[in-house]
Design a protein around this ligand. Structure first.
Ligand SMILES: *Cc1c(COP(=O)(O)O)cnc(C)c1O
Length: 400
C-alpha cells in the first residue's frame, strides 16, 4: 500500500474542521509565551483588528477561547434573562439546537420553522414579530452547515430592526463564504469559527458585538459576569484594560492571526467569490452525476459545503467509508436529524479550489461505482471543470 501507514487521510474535505494551510501550521508552532508579554498583547491586539476587518465591522470584536459553541452559548447566557421572548428561526439542526440554550437561560423560545432543506423567508419573520408582541431577541443561523443552506440574514436583520429586536447570528460557517457586514446586516451578536470557510484550526469563537447588544447585556437586572460564558468579562478586561479574564489559547491565537492575514491578503471579496464559484461548480458536478441537491433551490445553497440527498438504495455511510478507507478522502455525512439523509462535499478554506474539487468528485465517482451505484465516469468532474471556466489563480478575482 502506498498510503501512509498510520492511515491518516490524504484529503480532509469535511464540514469542518478542514485542512489548514502550511503558513497557519507554521504560525502555530511559534514559541508559547506568557500571555501578558508585550509581544503577545500586541499579537492579540493585531488579531482582534484583523478580525474586525474580516467581518468588515467597526463593532467590537471579541475572541473567546474555545470552539464556536462557546460563543453561541455565551451569546445566549450573556443576553437572555428569565422570561425574555426569543424568536428562534429554525431551518436546520443548529437552529433547532439553539432552542436548548434559550431555555437553559430562562428564555421563552418562539419558533419559526421551515423544513430543513428550505430557508426562512423575511416576510415570515415580519409576520411572526407582528403576531407575537414582546419579542426581545431573534436567533438565526446564517449558514446551516448540516443542510448546506443559507438564510437571508441581511433581510431578516432589517426586519428585526424594524421591530427593535436584537439579533443573535450563528455565522460559524458563513463568515468567509459570503461578504457580510454586521452593521449593514443588523447582526447584534455574530458568532463565527476559524475552522470553517476561513480554513483555520478549531478552538476559538469569533464574535462581534453591537453597541445595542452591549447595552442589553449591561442593562440586565443581573448582568452575567465572572463566567467563562460572559462576553461582558471580555469587555471590562480586554477591551477596556488590556487584561484577560483568563489565560487565552496562545497557539490558537497565532493560528488565527495567520488565518485572518491570509484571508485579507487574498481580499474578502475574492475569498468569498472563490468559495461561491467552487460551490456552484460542485453543484454542477453533483447534478451531472444525476444526484439530487438537498437544498430546495440553488439560490439558498451554502458556499461552505454541498449537501447531497442520499439516493434511494444507497448506503451513504458505506459510500463515505469507501472514500475514506480506500482513497483517504474524508467527507461528512448528515448530522442530527439529517443523518443518513444527506452526505456533504466540503469546499472550505484551501479546499475551495478547482484542484481539490476535481479530486473530490473523481473519488466520489469511483466510490459510488465501488458501492454499486451507477456512474458515468467523468461526468461530475467534467461538469465541475466546465463550470470553473475562466478561473485563473493569477487574476485578482476568480469568475463570480
Ligand atoms: C460548525 C458549526 C458550529 C459549531 O459546532 P461544532 O460542530 O462543534 O464545530 C455551530 N454552528 C454552525 C452553523 C456550524 O457550522
Amino acid at each position: 500500500m502506498d498510503r501512509p501507514t498510520d492511515n491518516w487521510p490524504r484529503m480532509t474535505l469535511a464540514a469542518g474542521p478542514v485542512e489548514v494551510s502550511p503558513r497557519t501550521l507554521r504560525a502555530m508552532a511559534r514559541p508559547v509565551v506568557y500571555h501578558y508579554d508585550p509581544a503577545f498583547i500586541a499579537t492579540f491586539e493585531r488579531t482582534t483588528r484583523l478580525l474586525q476587518r474580516v467581518f468588515r465591522t467597526e463593532y467590537d470584536a471579541v475572541i473567546m477561547q474555545a470552539e464556536a459553541v462557546l460563543g453561541l452559548e455565551a451569546a445566549a447566557a450573556s443576553l437572555i434573562a428569565p422570561g425574555d421572548k426569543v424568536l428562534n428561526l429554525v431551518s436546520g439542526v443548529f437552529g433547532k439546537w439553539f432552542e436548548g440554550f434559550i431555555r437553559r437561560y430562562g428564555g421563552e423560545p418562539v419558533e419559526l420553522a421551515v423544513p430543513y432543506h428550505e430557508a426562512i423567508a423575511p416576510e415570515a419573520v415580519r409576520e411572526a414579530l407582528r403576531r407575537t408582541p414582546g419579542i426581545k431577541y431573534l436567533s438565526v443561523v446564517h449558514s446551516e452547515t448540516p443542510s448546506g443552506t443559507i438564510n437571508p440574514v441581511r433581510e431578516i436583520g432589517a426586519v428585526a430592526r424594524e421591530f427593535g429586536v436584537l439579533t443573535i447570528v450563528d455565522t460559524v460557517s458563513g463568515l468567509g463564504g459570503e461578504v457580510l457586514s454586521p452593521e449593514e446586516w443588523g447582526m447584534d451578536v455574530a458568532v463565527a469559527g476559524p475552522q470553517k470557510c476561513l480554513g483555520g484550526p478549531p478552538g476559538l469563537s469569533l464574535l462581534t458585538v453591537s453597541p445595542a447588544a452591549w447595552a442589553a447585556m449591561e442593562g440586565r437586572e443581573s448582568p452575567l459576569r465572572g463566567s467563562f460564558l460572559s462576553i461582558l468579562d471580555w469587555k471590562s478586561a480586554w477591551l477596556e484594560q488590556r487584561r484577560f479574564p483568563y489565560t487565552p489559547s496562545v497557539s490558537e491565537i497565532y493560528a488565527l492571526e495567520a488565518t485572518l492575514e491570509q484571508a485579507l491578503e487574498e481580499g474578502i471579496e475574492r475569498f468569498a467569490a472563490r468559495h461561491q464559484t467552487i460551490a456552484a461548480a460542485c453543484r454542477a458536478g453533483v447534478r451531472a452525476l444525476e444526484l439530487e441537491l438537498w437544498p430546495a433551490q440553488e439560490a439558498i445553497a451554502a458556499s461552505c459545503v454541498t449537501a447531497v440527498r442520499t439516493p434511494d438504495g444507497l448506503d451513504e455511510a458505506r459510500l463515505r467509508a469507501t472514500m475514506r478507507e480506500r482513497y483517504g478522502v474524508t467527507i461528512s455525512g448528515g448530522y442530527g436529524d439529517l443523518l443518513g439523509k444527506v452526505f456533504r462535499l466540503g469546499h472550505m478554506g484551501p479546499a475551495a479550489h478547482p484542484t481539490l474539487l476535481a479530486a473530490q468528485l473523481a473519488i466520489l465517482e469511483r466510490a459510488l461505482a465501488d458501492v454499486g451505484h451507477p456512474v458515468r465516469f467523468g461526468a461530475g468532474v467534467g461538469a465541475a471543470m466546465e463550470a470553473v471556466a475562466g478561473w485563473n489563480d493569477a487574476l485578482a478575482l476568480p469568475p463570480a
